[in-house]
Ligand binder design. Structure first.
Ligand code: NDP
Length: 429
């Protein structure tokens, strides 16, 4: 993307927005027509993706604009049904780009496979044997997936833990082997499951125990992405609120979420409002990302805020987000779903590490969008105005009437389906 700054995008119609993507030479006219056709995901393709298919379930796909991450422009494809999320992300991304953009980094993409061993006659001896056989276990894991090794990835390390060591009963004592695997640009669940299943007989032989579970862990805490922004407070000022007031409100809102799980869960849901849509749009497994993110937020035993907001010595607002990010640019349905291919083309990321860094930046932006609204006008003003169109449609409005009813609901400050039904009846009788 040459630029993610497209002034007036919001006010264009869908055809004009698509034309911009064609004008930017992201797509040819034919591609645009095919890719954005009503049935982009053909039911035949869907039937090969999951079981018992009866149709497809489309979601709106919007573009989060203005994102500048490590100096690179990103228009972010976001698949989501909830109004105001895309607008809020784009609004905050514009503020952050005026402050220099998001600065990000990521670890190598090291995912975890777990093997559970029970009934070892001597659990301590079994642990020692596995550690002594580290190199041979890694070698065997890699033999199960040589193509990954050829790409520069593969199993790199192991760890052995004993669970319920102090238990009176040996029944619930177990040994857990972690196999750490660099899955390159794949999310890696299938790769890892193949590896750990292939290791199971060897592990049983070495430990004299019984292997039950062999599967990926969805808490990949060696596969992290971090994003940071530093915003001069004057960029945060909005109608009737000074920048300092907004900055301090955001920090206080963060302190609330950091301390109170009841608040943290809503705060974090707001972060996932930004993360899930790009994860979905890029064909990734959003349940895996959700599970990992929430588990990471409680890693020290207390469920708190995923983000951190503070003030630096110059009075700037500083935002940081670090999360495990089990996403890929290949594998699963990524190269199967046509809209996922479109999203990757728009986004222009070259690796899963790069994708992960954009995703956490969107999560950070989304969090600030929600907090800024909450500490100023409240969330409902902007949210309900955008929601009014869905309310009008739910009440039966179609075509031109959607705009008319939606505007009436906003003017009357009564954005409810009951009111919308009354208005639809009035206009259509
Ligand atoms: P795949 O099984 O599709 O594996 C990825 C494939 O991509 C590899 O086999 C590799 O094939 C190929 N590939 C091409 N280029 C690269 C590259 N640069 N880096 C890495 N691989 C490359 O998918 P995943 O293993 O990623 O598994 C993801 C899927 O697993 C998702 O659909 C997820 O929903 C699902 N899943 C999730 C679970 C969980 O989260 N707990 C559990 C089970 C499944 P080759 O080397 O042969 O070319």
């Amino acid at each position: 993307m040459k630029t993610s700054r497209i002034p007036g995008f919001y006010n264009m119609d869908v055809a004009e927005r698509r034309k911009i993507l064609t004008d930017m030479e992201l797509f040819t006219n034919e591609e645009t027509e095919f890719l954005f056709s009503k049935e982009a995901l053909q039911v035949e393709t869907a039937d090969n993706m999951i079981e018992n298919v009866i149709g497809t379930y489309p979601l709106p796909l919007g573009l989060g604009l203005n994102f500048l991450v490590n100096g690179k422009e990103y228009a972010v494809p976001m698949a989501i049904e909830e109004p105001s999320v895309v607008a809020s992300a784009s609004y905050i991304a514009k503020i952050v780009r005026n402050a220099g953009g998001f600065k990000t980094e990521a670890t190598d993409r090291v995912m975890i496979g777990q093997i559970q061993v029970v009934g070892c006659p001597d659990i301590q001896a079994a642990k020692k044997i596995l550690m002594d056989k580290r190199d041979s276990i890694i070698k065997d894991a890699n033999a199960a997936y040589p193509s990954l090794v050829a790409r520069g990835g593969g199993a790199e390390d192991i760890e052995v833990r004993i669970l319920n060591e102090d238990s009176d009963s040996t029944f619930n004592q177990m040994l857990v082997l972690h196999v750490y695997v660099n899955t390159c640009d794949a999310m890696g669940a299938n790769i890892i499951n193949t590896m750990v299943e292939s290791l199971a007989p060897k592990i049983e032989m070495l430990t004299e125990g019984k292997v039950y579970l062999r599967i990926l862990s969805n808490l990949p805490d060696r596969c992290l992405a971090r994003s940071r922004c530093v915003i001069p407070s004057e960029l945060l000022a909005s109608d009737g609120y000074s920048g300092e007031e907004v900055r301090d409100g955001v920090i206080q809102a963060y302190e609330f979420a950091a301390t109170d799980p009841y608040r943290a869960v809503t705060h974090n849901k707001g972060i996932m409002n930004g993360i899930d849509p790009i994860v979905i749009a890029t064909g990734n497994d959003w349940r895996a990302v959700e599970a990992g993110a929430h588990a990471y937020a409680v890693r020290d035993g207390h469920y708190g805020s995923m983000t951190r907001w503070s003030k630096d010595n110059d009075g700037n607002l500083v935002g940081e987000l670090e999360l495990p990010m089990s996403v890929g640019t290949v594998g699963g349905s990524i190269r199967v779903h046509p809209m996922s291919k479109v999203s990757h083309k728009i986004l222009g990321v070259e690796s899963a590490r790069e994708l992960a860094q954009v995703i956490v930046s969107v999560g950070l932006a989304q969090n600030l969008g929600a907090l800024k609204a909450l500490v100023t006008d409240g969330i409902q003003k902007g949210h309900m105005a955008l929601h009014s169109r869905s309310v009008a449609i739910a009440a039966g409005a179609t075509g031109e009437l959607i705009n008319i009813i939606s505007q009436q609901l906003i003017d009357k400050k009564d954005i409810r389906i009951g009111k919308a039904k009354e208005l639809v009846e009035e206009y259509t009788k």
